[in-house]
Design a protein around this ligand. Structure first.
Ligand code: NAP
Length: 274
């Protein structure tokens, strides 16, 4: 049996086990997906222990996505983003490599979520609100897909630093966010604003419009105020579970080498959100 899993602190809230296990069952794979909380400071040690125990793959969540950079062979995209959320132990065995390989599939989570909703990204103007882990993944994903990216963040210096790393990126604080959104084609909320707080939104409804496609990375609640107001403005809306699904689909495909059963995994994920 192959063992996959998630390390984080905490991990009790994770929606990944049922989603991945539904995928294994659909493909007849003898595999299980479990969660590990190694405590606040033990991510690197946990990855090394997982390798010794023969774990086949790990997802990595808050607060460890940067901590594990030192113990994996970092894929170039994950290196540019500066965070790893998927570790594949396969190369350790198949290629006798020194370290497992570390990827960032949050970026594919963003682009594949838009692709699923027939939202074109090449040549479009995109705004990313947030410059933390999800914001960095979204900004690189959109730029690599051909969009021109503006990053807006509460802490302006973080937005500017991220924009400097992204091809043709610009970055600033939140004061001009409305104007950027009003002329944009694509908007990603990569802040935690709206999470468990249905009355909060990072973007005023006045600036939302029918030519916009909006992805909210927040998935608790699944329908945020931002998405509700974007739908009312006639925008295309993409909820955070699509990003969560496709980051998982991408990890599943890296680990197993199989095409993931996306519909089955989506049904399992949506069932846990009901
Ligand atoms: P993070 O690294 O801690 O970054 C948090 C971001 O939110 C920062 O840009 C922060 O701005 C901003 N922020 C926090 N509170 C704010 C407020 N009151 N007003 C304005 N900005 C605020 O977190 P993360 O990992 O990027 O996650 C961000 C969100 O994305 C979370 O809700 C997370 O659940 C979600 N997420 C979803 C997926 C998915 O698959 N759907 C994947 C990853 C993350 P400062 O820089 O100024 O602090």
């Amino acid at each position: 049996m192959d063992v996959y899993g998630l390390i984080g602190h905490p991990v009790g809230h994770s929606l990944s086990p049922p989603m991945h296990e539904a995928g294994y069952d659909a493909l007849g794979l003898d595999a299980r997906y479990v969660t590990f909380d190694p405590g606040p400071d033990a991510a690197a040690e946990a990855v090394e222990s997982a390798a010794t125990l023969g774990v086949a793959g790990l997802n990595v969540t808050i607060p460890f996505k940067q901590d594990v950079l030192d113990v994996v062979d970092v894929d170039p995209l994950a290196g540019r983003i500066g965070a790893v959320n998927t570790i594949d132990f396969g190369p350790l065995h198949a290629e006798k490599a020194d370290r497992p390989r570390g990827y960032n599939t949050d970026a594919a989570g963003v682009t594949r979520a838009f692709e699923h909703h027939d939202v074109a990204l090449d040549g479009r103007d995109a705004v990313v609100v947030g410059a933390g882990g999800a914001g960095r993944a979204a900004a690189f994903a959109l730029a690599d897909a051909g969009a021109t990216v503006h990053v807006a963040n509460r802490t302006a210096e973080r937005a500017k630093a991220l924009a400097d790393d992204v091809p043709d990126g610009t970055g600033d604080g939140l004061s001009d966010l409305g104007e950027h959104v009003a002329s944009a084609d694509v908007l990603v909320n990569a802040t935690s604003v709206g999470m468990e707080a249905p009355d909060e939104t990072p973007v005023s409804a006045d600036h939302l419009h029918a030519d916009l496609a909006v992805l909210d990375a927040v998935y608790t609640p699944i329908e945020t105020r931002l998405l509700r107001e974007a739908a009312a403005a006639g925008a295309t809306t993409v909820d955070g579970a699509w990003m969560l699904l496709y980051q998982g689909v991408e990890a599943f495909e890296i680990w197993t080498g199989e095409t993931a059963p996306v519909d089955v995994m989506n049904d399992a994920l949506r069932a846990t959100l009901d």
